[in-house]
Design a protein around this ligand. Structure first.
Ligand SMILES: C[S@@+](CC[C@H](N)C(=O)[O-])C[C@H]1O[C@@H](n2cnc3c(N)ncnc32)[C@H](O)[C@@H]1O
Length: 340
């Protein structure tokens, strides 16, 4: 006899966190692609997990995470040299998270009297609040003038932060903009090239795109690249979306692995028990069902080597101007400019 189906609805905070369009996109993604879009896990409780990450900032405990947070600061001088001498720099931070990786660059620009402004766009109101608090604490005299807005930088919202009125720079010269996609955010999307092209199309020819990524150096490859690992490793954030829609963690196992064709590391849930989740989508009700053995992808990460990173940028109309490895060679900072 089969196990009885668990019929659930999302938790009560769900309708408050997600717009009607996001609920519809989520239901489509679950039904047609068997994927929980990772960007939607940053809303609500998901942001708390990032806050905890900020508080447990012990680099010895998580050396790689530490380097993703520090690599921009360590190369701040080199980055500044990408802007013409004495030109001011405006930072546009796409998906700022806790702002930890960017605060060193803000400090460097302030000390050099070259900061023209800081703007950020994030999909999560909770993350933006966290970003605001951290910026106020570190830059009490300046943070009030920073512009933080909620929006999805993969769609039309990007224009609000990137094609919005330019700040005029010191001595009248237009500032150079550093458009930042830090923390490997862009490699979590199903189609990073589409997102990069979208960002590129909103950039002016003088802007510089900054990316921080974890890349494949051919060494220290995680064991799950050879064989799917059942039960981990995964981060709590990666299951936050399924928690939110009412799927109990005992109804599935996690699998961490590598999709060779797509060059992607992934975490997915494989159902052990039948589950049906019913969503209110506007006036309609839609149910997504999972049978034992079905999977839902909850996290993906494009795992590229350095040549593939440069190639992807070139295909998206960007030319690499700086490519720096951290002490951990897998962590890199890339600066790229529109290829005119
Ligand atoms: C991996 S975190 C990186 C945070 C930060 N840049 C860092 O390096 O620590 C991704 C951030 O991007 C935001 N984000 C993800 N997808 C987004 C989207 N489509 N539009 C706006 N923000 C997004 C998330 O809410 C989160 O703050």
């Amino acid at each position: 006899m089969g196990t009885r189906q668990h019929a659930v609805t999302p938790r009560e905070d769900f309708p408050r966190l997600y717009s009607a369009a996001q609920v519809a996109a989520l239901v489509d993604s679950l039904s047609h692609r068997a994927e929980f879009p990772y960007e939607l896990t940053y809303l609500g409780d998901g942001s708390e997990m990032w806050r905890e990450g900020e508080e447990q900032s012990d680099p010895a405990a998580a050396p790689r995470l530490g380097e993703l947070d520090t690599i921009i600061t360590r190369h701040a001088g080199q980055l500044l040299s990408l802007a013409p001498a004495s030109t001011a720099v405006e930072i546009v931070d796409l998906g700022p998270g806790t702002t930890r990786p960017i605060r060193g660059l803000i400090r460097h620009l302030l000390d050099a009297d070259r900061l023209a402004g800081y703007r950020a766009m994030d999909i999560s109101a909770e993350i933006l609040e966290l970003a605001r608090q951290n910026l106020r604490a570190d830059f009490p005299g300046h943070a009030e003038g920073f512009g933080l807005g909620q929006g999805d930088f993969t769609g039309p919202d990007l224009a609000r932060v990137l094609t919005a009125g330019r700040i005029s720079g010191h001595g009248g010269a237009d500032p150079v903009r550093f458009v930042v996609l830090a923390g490997a955010t862009v490699y979590n999307f199903a189609d990073p090239a589409e997102v990069l092209r979208h960002v590129r199309s909103a950039m002016s020819d003088r802007d510089v795109l900054l990316l921080t990524l974890r890349i494949d150096t051919g060494v220290d490859r995680p064991p799950f690249m050879d064989e799917v690992s059942v039960g981990g490793p995964y981060k709590p954030q990666q299951l936050a979306g399924l928690d939110l829609i009412g799927v109990d963690r005992s109804w599935y196992v996690t699998e961490t692995g590598f999709d060779r064709e797509r060059s992607e590391v992934f975490v997915r849930a494989r159902f052990l028990e039948p589950v049906a989740v019913t969503f209110d989508v506007g006036p309609d009700r839609r149910t997504v069902s999972f049978e034992p053995g079905d999977t839902v992808l909850v996290w993906r990460y494009l795992y590229h080597d350095s040549a593939a990173v440069a190639d992807l940028l070139t295909r998206c109309g960007l030319r690499v101007r700086l490519f720096e490895h951290g002490q951990d060679k897998q962590i890199v900072l890339v600066a790229a400019a529109p290829d005119r």
